[in-house]
Design a protein around this ligand. Structure first.
Ligand code: TYC
Length: 102
């Protein structure tokens, strides 16, 4: 049977070893063909942005080549990328979406 001190020490060691999960930025890339309105709709639908926020992000991507849509744990980021690319292809747009570890 461990003493209270031994239990506290074990818990402290365990706590110091548990790292928060790595986070990934989901990034949209610019292209010359996807309509601006479609990109705004994607940001509202898949990243829960307001119309105003979505417009700002879309314009940043349009002017600077890329922009961050959101930051998520790996599985969520992977799902977002797949959903966006699939939705864009369904509408015959070449929109590119990728993820980067923070
Ligand atoms: N550059 C596109 C246009 O002029 C608009 C656009 C913005 C496309 C953002 C992709 O991720 C993108 N129609």
């Amino acid at each position: 049977m461990a003493t209270q001190h031994q239990e506290d020490t074990l818990l402290a060691v365990r706590e110091s070893k548990v790292k928060p999960p790595p986070l990934y930025q989901v990034v949209l890339l610019n292209d010359d063909y996807t309509p601006m309105e479609f990109v705004v709709a994607v940001l509202q639908r898949f990243f829960a942005k307001s119309r105003e926020q979505a417009t700002q992000i879309m314009l940043k991507v349009h002017r600077e080549g890329m922009g961050v849509c959101g930051v998520y744990p790996k599985d969520i980021a992977t799902a977002k990328v797949e959903q966006v690319v699939s939705y864009a292809r369904q509408h015959q747009h070449p929109l590119q979406c990728t993820m980067e570890e923070n």
